[in-house]
Design a protein around this ligand. Sequence first.
Ligand code: GTP
Ligand code: MG
Length: 273
Amino acid sequence: FFQAVASPPSSNFLLLGPSGAGKTAFTTLLEAKSSLASNKSHSTHTSQQSTLVTVTLPPTVPTGSNRYRSVNDPSLKEATRNPIKYRVKDTPGHGKLRASQGIAELQAMSQSKDIKTRLRGVVFMVDTAALVDEATLRDAATYLHDVLLFLQKRARNGSSSKRTTDIPVLVAANKQDLFTALPPGAVREKLEAEIDRIRKSKTKGLLDASADTELEDEEEILGNDEQEAFSFKLLEHEVGVKVDVVGGAVKGDLQEEFGSGVRRWEEWVGMCL
Ligand code: GTP
Ligand code: MG
């Protein structure tokens, strides 16, 4: 009779990013935090399939609809009793699986008309210790470029009368526990610069292909003005796709610096809810 009514998990988040970024480790940690079971750390290995898990938001993390919650707020008690659930889809990051898995999931989940299953946000995870390597940076930036280009097309195709809801992107700058890790600010700069290069070479390729004629399919290029250097700010301003770069760590002890290694990412999730 007094059985607690579990709130149905209704908000979906998609976890993308290159192989080895820590996506499955993150998903496993969220699951462990959500269950009463101890935080036993599972060993991860390269994923080949997407998996969907239901996890809970820590009650102390504010949500977008309840952003000014204080510790005395009765809604905190309610949140503790009946924590907010959300779902995370972990995808394999291997280059050969991106089109059929990560990008395919992005297309499918972002098209959902059902408010219950609509995509609330994309978490794009990167290994910040690995980005110093040119090839690794290029690979991560290429994947992120494709994700952002999809979201740009989606934002532009939405008719003004029936505006598509925004899907924000969190670049989760993981592995901040490693001393070789690039800080989030540097990760942002490197990704922006690399995406700018990708976009320029793509523009050039399209121009060459169409000979002297005007570039027709403007939508194929990320951002707006080819002259201006690409930045996430520009993308938000021109296209309305919001990108945040936030540092964290799934492993390692970052209590002092981060509260918990994934707290800031959970706060980002909370703001989307
Ligand atoms: P794919 O499934 O191939 O796409 O990779 P993935 O993104 O799921 O990576 P996974 O979670 O398997 O993690 C790769 C390795 O990074 C594992 O050995 C993790 O233990 C390690 N790892 C994940 N997060 C961190 C972190 O914050 N710090 C450190 N030092 N290692 C981490
Ligand atoms: Mg994985």
